[in-house]
Design a protein around this ligand. Structure first.
Ligand SMILES: [Zn+2]
Ligand SMILES: [Zn+2]
Length: 87
């Protein structure tokens, strides 16, 4: 499988990486984005919860107290579940 999210981009997390997901600045939007490690757009309930928590922790640092919203709409990558934190 030659999926860039499974292989290359995962090596450069901007904020953190754990057993479920990793957080990087989205190259398209320039905002923090969490991406599921697994190659699927259908995370389990538990994975979704970890993704959201991991993203919120990174985005809180990134925005330094400014408000942001978690955008669960999957607009950027068709192959991995992801969420953006937008101001
Ligand atoms: Zn993949
Ligand atoms: Zn994006």
């Amino acid at each position: 499988m030659h999926c860039p999210l499974c292989i290359a981009e995962r090596r450069t997390p901007w904020c953190t990486a754990n057993a479920v997901c990793w957080v990087a600045l989205c190259s398209t939007c320039g905002v923090p984005m969490v991406v599921l490690n697994r190659h699927t757009t259908r995370p389990s309930w538990r994975e979704r919860r970890v993704m959201r928590k991991t993203l919120v922790a990174c985005a809180t640092d990134y925005y330094r107290g400014r408000p942001f919203v978690v955008d669960e709409h999957m607009s950027t990558h068709p192959t991995h579940a992801h969420m953006h934190a937008r101001a």
